[in-house]
Ligand binder design. Sequence first.
Ligand SMILES: *Cc1c(COP(=O)(O)O)cnc(C)c1O
Length: 416
Amino acid sequence: MANLAIAGGEPQRQQPYPSWPIWTQAEVDAVQAVVTSGRWISLQGTEVKQFETEFAAYHDAAYGIAVVNGTVALKLALTAAGVGVGDEVLMPGYTFVATATAALEIGAVPIFVDIDPETYTLDPIHAATLITPRTRAIVPVHLGGRPADMDAILDLAQEHDLAVIEDAAQAWGSAWNGAKVGALGQIGGISFQASKNITAGEGGMMLTNDPAIGEMARSLSNCGRQTDGLWYAHYVLGGNYRLSEFQGAVLRVQLQRYPEHLERRQANAAYLERSLAEIDGVSTMRSDPRVTANAYHLFFIRYDADAFGGVSKDRFIQALQAEGIQGVSGGYSLPVYRQPVMQAENFGLSTPPLFHGVHPNPPDYREVALPATDRACDNEAVWLRQSMLLGDRQDMDDIIEAILKLQRYRDELQDD
Ligand SMILES: *Cc1c(COP(=O)(O)O)cnc(C)c1O
Protein backbone atom coordinates (compact mmCIF):
# COMPACT_ATOMS: atom_id res chain seq x y z
CA MET A 1 0.00 0.00 0.00
CA ALA A 2 1.51 3.32 -1.08
CA ASN A 3 1.95 6.21 1.35
CA LEU A 4 2.91 9.02 -0.98
CA ALA A 5 0.14 10.60 -3.05
CA ILE A 6 2.30 10.41 -6.17
CA ALA A 7 2.43 6.63 -5.71
CA GLY A 8 -1.32 6.35 -5.12
CA GLY A 9 -1.57 7.16 -1.39
CA GLU A 10 -3.65 9.78 0.41
CA PRO A 11 -2.52 13.39 -0.16
CA GLN A 12 -1.37 15.46 2.83
CA ARG A 13 -4.05 18.07 2.19
CA GLN A 14 -7.04 18.83 -0.05
CA GLN A 15 -7.76 22.52 0.56
CA PRO A 16 -6.25 25.16 -1.72
CA TYR A 17 -3.77 27.79 -0.53
CA PRO A 18 -4.87 31.46 -0.43
CA SER A 19 -5.58 32.68 -3.95
CA TRP A 20 -4.09 35.79 -5.52
CA PRO A 21 -4.78 38.67 -6.01
CA ILE A 22 -6.51 39.60 -2.78
CA TRP A 23 -9.06 42.40 -3.13
CA THR A 24 -12.06 43.83 -1.38
CA GLN A 25 -14.81 46.33 -2.11
CA ALA A 26 -12.17 49.03 -1.55
CA GLU A 27 -10.53 48.25 -4.94
CA VAL A 28 -13.94 48.28 -6.64
CA ASP A 29 -14.82 51.63 -5.07
CA ALA A 30 -11.47 53.10 -6.02
CA VAL A 31 -11.85 52.11 -9.68
CA GLN A 32 -15.46 53.30 -9.76
CA ALA A 33 -14.43 56.69 -8.40
CA VAL A 34 -11.90 57.05 -11.23
CA VAL A 35 -14.46 56.00 -13.85
CA THR A 36 -17.04 58.52 -12.70
CA SER A 37 -14.48 61.30 -12.27
CA GLY A 38 -13.79 61.22 -16.00
CA ARG A 39 -10.08 61.75 -15.24
CA TRP A 40 -8.61 58.51 -16.53
CA ILE A 41 -5.15 59.76 -17.39
CA SER A 42 -2.51 60.55 -14.79
CA LEU A 43 -1.80 63.93 -16.37
CA GLN A 44 -5.29 65.02 -15.25
CA GLY A 45 -6.03 62.88 -12.22
CA THR A 46 -4.43 62.57 -8.80
CA GLU A 47 -4.35 58.80 -8.16
CA VAL A 48 -1.04 57.99 -9.88
CA LYS A 49 0.58 61.15 -8.48
CA GLN A 50 -0.50 60.28 -4.97
CA PHE A 51 0.55 56.67 -5.39
CA GLU A 52 3.99 57.81 -6.54
CA THR A 53 4.33 59.98 -3.45
CA GLU A 54 3.01 57.35 -1.06
CA PHE A 55 5.05 54.49 -2.54
CA ALA A 56 8.27 56.52 -2.68
CA ALA A 57 7.76 57.55 0.96
CA TYR A 58 7.14 53.95 1.96
CA HIS A 59 10.41 53.03 0.24
CA ASP A 60 12.49 55.82 1.80
CA ALA A 61 12.95 57.33 -1.67
CA ALA A 62 12.64 60.98 -2.66
CA TYR A 63 11.08 60.36 -6.09
CA GLY A 64 8.77 57.74 -7.54
CA ILE A 65 7.98 57.63 -11.25
CA ALA A 66 5.18 55.22 -12.18
CA VAL A 67 5.33 53.40 -15.52
CA VAL A 68 3.47 50.64 -17.35
CA ASN A 69 5.49 47.68 -16.04
CA GLY A 70 8.67 46.56 -14.34
CA THR A 71 10.53 45.80 -17.56
CA VAL A 72 10.05 49.37 -18.76
CA ALA A 73 10.98 50.66 -15.31
CA LEU A 74 14.34 48.86 -15.58
CA LYS A 75 14.96 49.94 -19.17
CA LEU A 76 14.28 53.59 -18.41
CA ALA A 77 16.18 53.38 -15.12
CA LEU A 78 19.28 52.11 -16.95
CA THR A 79 18.97 54.91 -19.49
CA ALA A 80 18.39 57.57 -16.84
CA ALA A 81 21.49 56.33 -14.99
CA GLY A 82 23.56 56.89 -18.13
CA VAL A 83 23.84 53.33 -19.48
CA GLY A 84 23.91 53.14 -23.29
CA VAL A 85 24.98 51.20 -26.34
CA GLY A 86 28.01 48.96 -25.78
CA ASP A 87 28.13 49.48 -22.02
CA GLU A 88 28.62 46.33 -19.97
CA VAL A 89 26.10 45.78 -17.19
CA LEU A 90 26.77 43.23 -14.47
CA MET A 91 23.73 41.24 -13.36
CA PRO A 92 22.99 37.83 -11.86
CA GLY A 93 22.34 34.89 -14.19
CA TYR A 94 19.56 33.74 -11.88
CA THR A 95 16.73 36.22 -12.47
CA PHE A 96 13.69 36.90 -14.63
CA VAL A 97 14.65 37.44 -18.27
CA ALA A 98 13.54 41.10 -18.13
CA THR A 99 16.59 42.08 -16.08
CA ALA A 100 18.68 41.26 -19.15
CA THR A 101 16.28 42.23 -21.93
CA ALA A 102 15.85 45.70 -20.40
CA ALA A 103 19.59 46.19 -20.94
CA LEU A 104 19.62 44.57 -24.39
CA GLU A 105 16.81 46.81 -25.61
CA ILE A 106 18.98 49.87 -25.08
CA GLY A 107 22.02 48.20 -26.65
CA ALA A 108 23.83 47.50 -23.40
CA VAL A 109 25.68 44.22 -22.88
CA PRO A 110 24.53 41.95 -20.04
CA ILE A 111 27.46 40.33 -18.26
CA PHE A 112 26.25 37.48 -16.07
CA VAL A 113 27.48 37.07 -12.53
CA ASP A 114 26.99 33.92 -10.47
CA ILE A 115 24.83 33.88 -7.37
CA ASP A 116 25.77 33.17 -3.80
CA PRO A 117 24.21 29.70 -3.42
CA GLU A 118 23.12 30.52 0.13
CA THR A 119 21.21 33.69 -0.76
CA TYR A 120 20.36 33.32 -4.48
CA THR A 121 21.49 36.91 -5.00
CA LEU A 122 24.43 38.28 -6.98
CA ASP A 123 27.83 37.21 -5.67
CA PRO A 124 29.84 40.44 -5.29
CA ILE A 125 33.16 38.57 -5.22
CA HIS A 126 32.48 37.03 -8.61
CA ALA A 127 31.22 40.38 -9.89
CA ALA A 128 34.55 42.01 -9.03
CA THR A 129 36.39 39.55 -11.30
CA LEU A 130 34.22 40.51 -14.30
CA ILE A 131 34.84 44.26 -14.25
CA THR A 132 36.46 45.69 -17.40
CA PRO A 133 37.01 49.24 -18.64
CA ARG A 134 33.60 48.95 -20.38
CA THR A 135 31.66 48.07 -17.21
CA ARG A 136 29.22 50.88 -16.60
CA ALA A 137 26.65 49.56 -14.16
CA ILE A 138 25.68 46.77 -11.82
CA VAL A 139 22.13 45.50 -11.37
CA PRO A 140 21.59 43.67 -8.09
CA VAL A 141 18.34 41.70 -8.13
CA HIS A 142 16.65 41.35 -4.75
CA LEU A 143 15.42 37.92 -5.75
CA GLY A 144 12.36 36.62 -4.00
CA GLY A 145 12.41 39.81 -1.91
CA ARG A 146 15.73 39.19 -0.21
CA PRO A 147 18.05 42.19 -0.52
CA ALA A 148 21.33 41.47 -2.30
CA ASP A 149 24.54 42.26 -0.37
CA MET A 150 24.26 46.02 -0.85
CA ASP A 151 27.27 46.81 1.37
CA ALA A 152 29.62 44.92 -0.94
CA ILE A 153 27.85 46.03 -4.11
CA LEU A 154 27.86 49.74 -3.23
CA ASP A 155 31.55 49.51 -2.26
CA LEU A 156 32.41 47.79 -5.54
CA ALA A 157 30.42 50.38 -7.48
CA GLN A 158 32.16 53.25 -5.74
CA GLU A 159 35.59 51.77 -6.33
CA HIS A 160 34.96 51.30 -10.06
CA ASP A 161 32.62 54.23 -10.66
CA LEU A 162 29.63 52.07 -11.61
CA ALA A 163 25.98 53.05 -11.52
CA VAL A 164 23.87 50.83 -9.26
CA ILE A 165 20.41 50.07 -10.63
CA GLU A 166 18.42 47.83 -8.31
CA ASP A 167 16.00 45.33 -9.76
CA ALA A 168 13.56 45.51 -6.85
CA ALA A 169 10.72 44.03 -8.90
CA GLN A 170 10.11 41.42 -6.19
CA ALA A 171 11.10 43.45 -3.14
CA TRP A 172 8.44 45.96 -1.97
CA GLY A 173 9.22 46.82 1.61
CA SER A 174 12.43 44.81 1.76
CA ALA A 175 15.16 46.56 3.73
CA TRP A 176 18.92 46.32 4.07
CA ASN A 177 20.38 47.61 7.35
CA GLY A 178 17.10 49.32 8.06
CA ALA A 179 16.92 51.18 4.72
CA LYS A 180 14.29 50.12 2.20
CA VAL A 181 15.65 48.88 -1.11
CA GLY A 182 14.99 50.46 -4.52
CA ALA A 183 16.87 53.74 -4.20
CA LEU A 184 20.00 52.59 -2.38
CA GLY A 185 21.96 53.12 -5.60
CA GLN A 186 21.27 55.65 -8.38
CA ILE A 187 17.81 54.32 -9.25
CA GLY A 188 15.74 51.16 -9.03
CA GLY A 189 12.82 49.45 -10.74
CA ILE A 190 9.74 47.83 -9.18
CA SER A 191 6.95 45.75 -10.76
CA PHE A 192 3.22 45.57 -10.04
CA GLN A 193 2.56 42.69 -12.45
CA ALA A 194 -0.17 40.26 -11.43
CA SER A 195 2.01 37.78 -9.52
CA LYS A 196 3.77 40.45 -7.46
CA ASN A 197 3.03 41.35 -3.84
CA ILE A 198 1.18 44.54 -4.79
CA THR A 199 -0.57 44.50 -8.13
CA ALA A 200 -2.85 46.28 -10.55
CA GLY A 201 -2.50 43.51 -13.14
CA GLU A 202 0.42 45.40 -14.65
CA GLY A 203 2.44 48.39 -13.55
CA GLY A 204 5.90 49.53 -12.54
CA MET A 205 7.78 52.24 -10.70
CA MET A 206 11.22 53.81 -10.66
CA LEU A 207 12.63 55.01 -7.34
CA THR A 208 15.51 57.44 -6.89
CA ASN A 209 16.88 60.06 -4.54
CA ASP A 210 18.68 61.94 -7.30
CA PRO A 211 16.65 64.87 -8.66
CA ALA A 212 18.41 64.96 -12.05
CA ILE A 213 18.00 61.21 -12.58
CA GLY A 214 14.40 61.50 -11.42
CA GLU A 215 13.70 64.28 -13.92
CA MET A 216 15.27 62.24 -16.72
CA ALA A 217 13.28 59.15 -15.73
CA ARG A 218 10.09 61.23 -15.76
CA SER A 219 10.95 62.68 -19.16
CA LEU A 220 11.75 59.26 -20.66
CA SER A 221 8.37 57.96 -19.48
CA ASN A 222 6.44 61.01 -20.69
CA CYS A 223 7.33 61.36 -24.37
CA GLY A 224 10.55 63.24 -23.71
CA ARG A 225 8.77 66.22 -22.15
CA GLN A 226 10.42 68.37 -19.49
CA THR A 227 8.72 69.48 -16.31
CA ASP A 228 8.78 73.17 -17.26
CA GLY A 229 8.80 72.67 -21.02
CA LEU A 230 6.06 73.40 -23.53
CA TRP A 231 3.48 70.63 -23.87
CA TYR A 232 4.48 69.84 -27.44
CA ALA A 233 8.20 70.24 -26.87
CA HIS A 234 10.11 66.93 -26.65
CA TYR A 235 13.69 66.98 -25.49
CA VAL A 236 14.87 63.37 -25.25
CA LEU A 237 13.96 60.08 -26.92
CA GLY A 238 11.17 59.09 -24.56
CA GLY A 239 7.95 57.19 -25.01
CA ASN A 240 4.51 57.10 -23.48
CA TYR A 241 5.04 54.69 -20.61
CA ARG A 242 2.57 56.29 -18.19
CA LEU A 243 0.40 54.31 -15.82
CA SER A 244 -3.37 54.89 -15.96
CA GLU A 245 -5.47 56.31 -13.13
CA PHE A 246 -7.37 53.01 -12.79
CA GLN A 247 -4.14 51.26 -11.92
CA GLY A 248 -2.99 54.06 -9.65
CA ALA A 249 -6.25 53.88 -7.70
CA VAL A 250 -6.00 50.10 -7.23
CA LEU A 251 -2.35 50.28 -6.23
CA ARG A 252 -3.07 52.88 -3.55
CA VAL A 253 -5.55 50.50 -1.92
CA GLN A 254 -3.12 47.60 -2.23
CA LEU A 255 -0.33 49.62 -0.63
CA GLN A 256 -2.51 50.33 2.43
CA ARG A 257 -2.98 46.60 2.91
CA TYR A 258 0.68 45.84 2.33
CA PRO A 259 2.33 46.29 5.75
CA GLU A 260 0.03 43.68 7.29
CA HIS A 261 0.74 41.23 4.43
CA LEU A 262 4.47 41.82 4.77
CA GLU A 263 4.30 40.99 8.48
CA ARG A 264 2.33 37.81 7.86
CA ARG A 265 4.68 36.57 5.12
CA GLN A 266 7.72 37.21 7.29
CA ALA A 267 6.21 35.44 10.31
CA ASN A 268 5.27 32.38 8.26
CA ALA A 269 8.66 32.38 6.54
CA ALA A 270 10.46 32.46 9.90
CA TYR A 271 8.37 29.51 11.06
CA LEU A 272 9.13 27.57 7.87
CA GLU A 273 12.84 28.34 8.17
CA ARG A 274 12.96 27.04 11.75
CA SER A 275 10.99 23.90 10.91
CA LEU A 276 12.71 23.01 7.64
CA ALA A 277 16.12 23.26 9.33
CA GLU A 278 15.21 20.03 11.12
CA ILE A 279 14.60 18.05 7.93
CA ASP A 280 17.36 16.18 6.16
CA GLY A 281 17.83 17.10 2.49
CA VAL A 282 16.22 20.53 2.47
CA SER A 283 17.66 23.85 3.58
CA THR A 284 16.74 27.51 3.34
CA MET A 285 18.66 30.70 2.75
CA ARG A 286 21.42 31.88 5.09
CA SER A 287 20.18 34.32 7.69
CA ASP A 288 21.86 37.72 7.79
CA PRO A 289 21.13 40.43 10.37
CA ARG A 290 21.57 43.07 7.66
CA VAL A 291 18.37 41.82 5.97
CA THR A 292 16.01 43.81 8.17
CA ALA A 293 12.91 43.19 6.03
CA ASN A 294 12.21 40.60 3.34
CA ALA A 295 9.16 40.82 1.07
CA TYR A 296 9.24 37.05 0.54
CA HIS A 297 7.84 37.28 -2.95
CA LEU A 298 9.27 33.77 -3.11
CA PHE A 299 10.29 31.40 -0.36
CA PHE A 300 13.30 29.37 -1.49
CA ILE A 301 13.98 25.80 -0.46
CA ARG A 302 17.27 24.19 -1.49
CA TYR A 303 16.67 20.58 -2.42
CA ASP A 304 19.44 18.04 -1.99
CA ALA A 305 18.66 15.00 -4.15
CA ASP A 306 21.25 12.86 -2.38
CA ALA A 307 19.11 12.84 0.76
CA PHE A 308 16.07 11.69 -1.27
CA GLY A 309 17.59 8.67 -2.97
CA GLY A 310 18.82 10.75 -5.92
CA VAL A 311 15.38 11.61 -7.34
CA SER A 312 15.31 14.71 -9.51
CA LYS A 313 14.13 18.12 -8.35
CA ASP A 314 11.25 17.90 -10.84
CA ARG A 315 10.09 14.61 -9.37
CA PHE A 316 10.31 16.02 -5.83
CA ILE A 317 8.14 18.98 -6.87
CA GLN A 318 5.59 16.74 -8.61
CA ALA A 319 5.40 14.67 -5.45
CA LEU A 320 4.82 17.77 -3.30
CA GLN A 321 2.11 18.97 -5.66
CA ALA A 322 0.48 15.55 -5.48
CA GLU A 323 0.42 15.96 -1.68
CA GLY A 324 -1.74 19.06 -2.21
CA ILE A 325 1.04 21.62 -1.85
CA GLN A 326 -0.17 23.65 -4.80
CA GLY A 327 1.89 26.73 -5.54
CA VAL A 328 5.22 24.95 -5.22
CA SER A 329 7.33 25.10 -8.38
CA GLY A 330 10.83 24.71 -9.72
CA GLY A 331 11.02 28.41 -10.60
CA TYR A 332 13.25 29.57 -13.44
CA SER A 333 14.03 26.41 -15.38
CA LEU A 334 16.88 28.13 -17.27
CA PRO A 335 19.48 30.69 -16.25
CA VAL A 336 19.05 33.82 -18.36
CA TYR A 337 22.21 33.08 -20.39
CA ARG A 338 20.77 29.68 -21.37
CA GLN A 339 17.50 31.17 -22.63
CA PRO A 340 16.98 30.50 -26.34
CA VAL A 341 16.94 34.25 -27.02
CA MET A 342 20.38 34.63 -25.48
CA GLN A 343 21.91 31.51 -27.01
CA ALA A 344 20.81 32.49 -30.50
CA GLU A 345 21.32 36.24 -29.92
CA ASN A 346 17.86 36.46 -31.38
CA PHE A 347 17.33 40.09 -30.49
CA GLY A 348 14.46 40.87 -32.82
CA LEU A 349 14.45 44.34 -34.27
CA SER A 350 18.05 44.76 -33.24
CA THR A 351 19.43 41.53 -34.76
CA PRO A 352 22.40 41.56 -34.79
CA PRO A 353 22.40 43.03 -31.29
CA LEU A 354 22.71 46.78 -31.05
CA PHE A 355 26.06 46.44 -29.34
CA HIS A 356 27.70 44.61 -32.25
CA GLY A 357 30.08 46.92 -34.02
CA VAL A 358 30.31 49.05 -30.88
CA HIS A 359 31.67 46.55 -28.41
CA PRO A 360 35.06 45.18 -29.57
CA ASN A 361 34.60 41.62 -28.29
CA PRO A 362 30.95 40.97 -27.43
CA PRO A 363 30.19 37.97 -25.22
CA ASP A 364 29.03 34.67 -26.64
CA TYR A 365 26.35 33.60 -24.18
CA ARG A 366 26.72 29.97 -25.27
CA GLU A 367 30.03 29.98 -23.46
CA VAL A 368 28.66 31.20 -20.12
CA ALA A 369 28.36 28.63 -17.33
CA LEU A 370 27.87 29.71 -13.73
CA PRO A 371 27.92 26.77 -11.31
CA ALA A 372 25.64 28.05 -8.55
CA THR A 373 23.15 29.51 -11.04
CA ASP A 374 23.06 26.33 -13.11
CA ARG A 375 22.62 24.22 -9.99
CA ALA A 376 19.75 26.37 -8.70
CA CYS A 377 17.86 26.01 -11.99
CA ASP A 378 18.62 22.37 -12.69
CA ASN A 379 18.85 20.58 -9.37
CA GLU A 380 18.20 22.65 -6.33
CA ALA A 381 15.83 25.64 -6.16
CA VAL A 382 12.25 24.95 -5.07
CA TRP A 383 9.92 27.93 -4.86
CA LEU A 384 6.89 28.63 -2.75
CA ARG A 385 4.97 31.61 -4.05
CA GLN A 386 4.18 34.61 -1.87
CA SER A 387 0.43 34.01 -1.60
CA MET A 388 1.06 30.69 0.20
CA LEU A 389 2.77 32.65 2.95
CA LEU A 390 -0.48 34.51 3.60
CA GLY A 391 -1.95 31.28 4.94
CA ASP A 392 -2.27 30.22 8.57
CA ARG A 393 -0.13 27.96 10.75
CA GLN A 394 -1.89 24.82 9.50
CA ASP A 395 -1.10 25.81 5.92
CA MET A 396 2.59 26.01 6.84
CA ASP A 397 2.48 22.76 8.83
CA ASP A 398 1.12 20.95 5.77
CA ILE A 399 4.16 22.05 3.76
CA ILE A 400 6.48 20.77 6.48
CA GLU A 401 4.54 17.53 6.96
CA ALA A 402 4.46 16.88 3.22
CA ILE A 403 8.24 17.27 2.95
CA LEU A 404 8.74 15.02 5.99
CA LYS A 405 6.48 12.48 4.34
CA LEU A 406 8.55 12.55 1.13
CA GLN A 407 11.68 12.17 3.20
CA ARG A 408 10.27 9.21 5.19
CA TYR A 409 8.92 7.33 2.16
CA ARG A 410 11.59 8.42 -0.30
CA ASP A 411 11.76 4.89 -1.73
CA GLU A 412 8.31 5.50 -3.23
CA LEU A 413 9.61 8.53 -5.11
CA GLN A 414 11.54 6.41 -7.60
CA ASP A 415 9.58 6.58 -10.84
CA ASP A 416 10.93 3.52 -12.66
C1 LIG B 1 8.53 40.73 -12.60
C2 LIG B 1 9.99 41.01 -12.76
C3 LIG B 1 10.47 41.94 -13.70
C4 LIG B 1 9.63 42.57 -14.76
O1 LIG B 1 8.47 43.18 -14.33
P1 LIG B 1 7.19 43.23 -15.30
O2 LIG B 1 6.27 44.14 -14.57
O3 LIG B 1 6.66 41.84 -15.42
O4 LIG B 1 7.63 43.80 -16.60
C5 LIG B 1 11.83 42.21 -13.71
N1 LIG B 1 12.67 41.60 -12.86
C6 LIG B 1 12.26 40.69 -11.97
C7 LIG B 1 13.24 40.06 -11.05
C8 LIG B 1 10.89 40.35 -11.90
O5 LIG B 1 10.49 39.44 -11.03
